[in-house]
Design a protein around this ligand. Structure first.
Ligand SMILES: *[C@@H]1O[C@H](CO)[C@@H](O)[C@H](O)[C@H]1NC(C)=O
Ligand SMILES: *[C@@H]1O[C@H](CO)[C@@H](O)[C@H](O)[C@H]1NC(C)=O
Ligand SMILES: *[C@@H]1O[C@H](CO)[C@@H](O)[C@H](O)[C@H]1NC(C)=O
Ligand SMILES: *[C@@H]1O[C@H](CO)[C@@H](O)[C@H](O)[C@H]1NC(C)=O
Ligand SMILES: *[C@@H]1O[C@H](CO)[C@@H](O)[C@H](O)[C@H]1NC(C)=O
Ligand SMILES: *[C@@H]1O[C@H](CO)[C@@H](O)[C@H](O)[C@H]1NC(C)=O
Ligand SMILES: *[C@@H]1O[C@H](CO)[C@@H](O)[C@H](O)[C@H]1NC(C)=O
Ligand SMILES: *[C@@H]1O[C@H](CO)[C@@H](O)[C@H](O)[C@H]1NC(C)=O
Ligand SMILES: *[C@@H]1O[C@H](CO)[C@@H](O)[C@H](O)[C@H]1NC(C)=O
Ligand SMILES: *[C@@H]1O[C@H](CO)[C@@H](O)[C@H](O)[C@H]1NC(C)=O
Ligand SMILES: *[C@@H]1O[C@H](CO)[C@@H](O)[C@H](O)[C@H]1NC(C)=O
Ligand SMILES: *[C@@H]1O[C@H](CO)[C@@H](O)[C@H](O)[C@H]1NC(C)=O
Length: 600
């Protein structure tokens, strides 16, 4: 159980990690802008919009303003103040509160109405996040020759991308990302391209995102893309690309700032790749690309780099030692690379001029050895420090406690030892996520300490935290995950526990020596999972469980008396009461088919 929750927390950590990267990266996305104010609507354009609308299902009424004469006033429509023609159509479905499906515009016919082709002055078209029901991107889009911005991402398009897009000679932004995540389990054909020759007709293209488009049959994708000398952002994540380019190809993309080739199947060495010439690059994403070999010296010439993501590759060894001129580094993701060296050596090779700019340092799962250097305290902008799942030894330097911007600190699954005191945490004003589990650490913190942070997640599994239940946790009312399994607690569970953590989803304090009884009513708790197995809890099993609980483990304690007459926990999936002193019958035995093996 404890182990399971541990995995859960690690999975959550990974997701958090991803989110942080995502946020960090999306900041740098350029925004397209168009001129234009409010004009007076032109009647044929009004008709065109109305017939486009007629082909859509709009359960949320997003287009309810689309009536009356002046289409320039309609939601999402913008006209030129000079000509009155529609220049902008922004029907992006934002993923607010995960409610996108309710605000999605869905196609109600076999294909999108071609009436949009009448909007000849359209410069900006955003249909992203809607549902075009597996239809192809219509060919007529290629006739909107004034388009500067075309966003068809996350909108369920399929089939072949029409080469007619090559007619959009003014296009600066083309985003067709994410159409592959839409229908995961059907026979839907992903967006694909066989021949990218049409790209060369888009000389102004600065931002191209084809992530998720199947480009596996494009023979010379690099040469096609290499024609686009205005490109600043190129994202070809998960496109089924297998070939990189031989060292004879010269990169033409002198303005490129963001290159994302993650999740392709290159299976080749990182040395002699074309992108090492691109010294203007700010972001280099090569995650999950089956790259192998060493990280080449050429990295040292890429002085504009801010983001390096080499995570989950087969790269081997340290970063090169010539990175002194990389003074703008912000995000370094080296998760699950085979660095196989000491963390001190790795940090030594990070350029000094970047110590105060690095915000994210992820080195998890790298077989790293040695001690965590005290110089970590000089990385004053750090917001994420993840060195989990290595073989780091020694104590945790006090300097960590000075990192006031740290939101995530993950030292779990190492061989750290020694005592953590309140000074280790005294400056961590912004900490939200703390994982010290699976080390040889002891916490020695006065009961009256008031932490400077309000955590969302804490994992101390296998640390020596007890014998007293840590009083300082009392202030951590924002906790979602609390994992205290096997932390040498020899105490009663304090009354405030059930108040402070009433909003938490996972609570685990198994494998301790916790005594006393549980409140009889836990219905106010938001918990989905509670693990208190292998303690010495006594008294009755609570009469009312947390209403949304799915997993409750109270096994191997000293609970006695009878079971509650009714099991008011409709979502329960795992209930273990084994190895207690409970007597009588199981009143809700009929419900227990799934879990009978565990029942007392
Ligand atoms: C519209 O598509 C969304 C997915 O984008 C789907 O969840 C929803 O059920 C569809 N609505 C209708 C009315 O078909
Ligand atoms: C396209 O729209 C999506 C949201 O649906 C947004 O995240 C993305 O940044 C847009 N692409 C461009 C190039 O602006
Ligand atoms: C997209 O919309 C169609 C028609 O409204 C609907 O049948 C389909 O389920 C939707 N797709 C998804 C992924 O929800
Ligand atoms: C593309 O442009 C050519 C020449 O301007 C034109 O003949 C053709 O119809 C256009 N194709 C589309 C799909 O708009
Ligand atoms: C996918 O195709 C297979 C074989 O053509 C068919 O048996 C199956 O029912 C299809 N599944 C869906 C969801 O259409
Ligand atoms: C570089 O880009 C220009 C167009 O901007 C193109 O004419 C030229 O062929 C490209 N060079 C290579 C080597 O692809
Ligand atoms: C770095 O750039 C300089 C100057 O352009 C060049 O002479 C040198 O060979 C480059 N170093 C590497 C490792 O590519
Ligand atoms: C970890 O590093 C040691 C040497 O430090 C090496 O012997 C071992 O093979 C490495 N393990 C992995 C999984 O790379
Ligand atoms: C690291 O920070 C400490 C304390 O602020 C300072 O005294 C020291 O000089 C710094 N070391 C380096 C190498 O910058
Ligand atoms: C901490 O983060 C804030 C906001 O991102 C930033 O303004 C501040 O300079 C950072 N502090 C340090 C010491 O880097
Ligand atoms: C139980 O789940 C429902 C639905 O997600 C939620 O509205 C409710 O607030 C939850 N109850 C508690 C006590 O957290
Ligand atoms: C559990 O508590 C009971 C009564 O409080 C006590 O007799 C027993 O020794 C305790 N068991 C352990 C393993 O501490």
């Amino acid at each position: 159980m404890a182990a399971k929750l541990g995995h859960l927390a690690r999975a959550a950590a990974a997701i958090l990690c991803l989110l942080i990267f995502h946020v960090a990266l999306s900041d740098s996305l350029a925004k397209a802008s168009v001129s234009g104010g409010t004009g007076t609507c032109i009647s044929w354009e009004r008709d065109a919009l109305l017939s486009f609308k007629a082909g859509l299902l709009d359960p949320a009424g997003r287009l309810s303003s689309w009536q009356g004469e002046d289409c320039c006033q309609w939601e999402g429509v913008q006209c030129s103040s000079r000509t009155g023609q529609v220049v902008r159509l922004d029907l992006r479905n934002t993923y607010k509160d995960g409610n996108n499906k309710y605000t999605s515009l869905n196609l109600s016919r076999d294909e999108m109405s071609s009436s949009l082709a009448d909007l000849q002055q359209l410069r900006y078209l955003d249909l992203s996040g809607n549902n075009f029901s597996r239809t192809s991107i219509p060919m007529f889009v290629g006739s909107l020759e004034n388009l500067r911005y075309l966003n068809l991402s996350w909108s369920g398009f399929g089939g072949r991308i029409p080469y007619q897009l090559g007619n959009l000679s003014n296009l600066q932004y083309l985003d067709v990302r994410g159409n592959n995540y839409y229908y995961l389990d059907s026979n839907y054909s992903n967006l694909y391209v066989v021949d990218l020759a049409w790209l060369k007709h888009l000389p102004l293209l600065s931002n191209l995102d084809m992530s998720g488009v199947d480009l596996s049959s494009v023979r010379d994708w690099f040469n096609m893309v290499n024609m686009l000398s205005s490109l600043k952002v190129l994202r070809l994540e998960d496109c089924g690309l297998t070939s990189t380019v031989s060292d004879t190809s010269k990169a033409n993309l002198t303005h490129l700032e963001v290159l994302d080739l993650s999740a392709n199947l290159f299976n080749t060495s990182l040395e002699h790749s074309w992108f090492w010439d691109l010294t203007s690059l700010k972001e280099l994403h090569l995650s999950q690309g089956e790259w192998h070999g060493h990280i080449p010296q050429e990295l040292g010439n890429m002085t504009s780099l801010e983001v390096i993501d080499f995570s989950k590759t087969d790269l081997l060894g340290l970063i090169p030692s010539n990175l002194q001129k990389l003074c703008n580094l912000k995000v370094l993701n080296f998760e699950d690379v085979n660095i196989n060296a000491s963390i001190g050596e790795f940090m030594d090779r990070l350029p000094r001029c970047s110590w105060s700019t690095i915000q994210v340092l992820s080195l998890c799962d790298n077989n790293m050895t040695g001690k965590l250097p005290t110089l970590i305290g000089n990385m004053t902008s750090l917001s994420v420090l993840d060195v989990s799942a290595n073989m780091i030894t020694g104590t945790v330097p006090l300097e960590v406690g000075a990192l006031s911007n740290l939101t995530e600190l993950d030292l779990s699954y190492n061989k750290l030892n020694g005592v953590l005191m309140k000074e280790h945490f005294s400056g961590l004003l912004n900490l939200e996520y703390l994982d010290l589990s699976h080390n040889f650490l002891k916490m020695d913190i006065e009961p009256n300490w008031v932490p400077p942070f309000r955590l969302k997640s804490i994992n101390l599994e296998l640390c020596i935290v007890g014998p007293r239940f840590p009083e300082w946790l009392r202030w951590q009312t924002r906790i979602d995950y609390l994992l205290l399994g096997n932390t040498s607690l020899d105490d009663v569970i304090p009354d405030w526990f059930w108040v402070t953590f009433s909003q938490a989803s996972a609570l685990d304090a198994s494998e301790n020596m916790l005594r006393g009884s549980l409140p009889s009513n836990l219905q106010h708790m938001a918990a989905i999972s509670i693990g208190l197995e292998r303690n010495n809890l006594t008294g009755l099993v609570p009469r009312l469980f947390p209403i949304n609980i799915t997993s409750l483990d109270l096994s191997s304690n000293s609970f006695s008396g009878s079971l509650p007459a009714e099991l008011k926990a409709p979502q329960i999936f795992m209930l273990s009461l084994a190895d207690n002193k409970i007597t009588g019958t199981i009143p809700w035995a009929r419900l227990m088919k799934k879990t009978r093996k565990d029942a007392a």
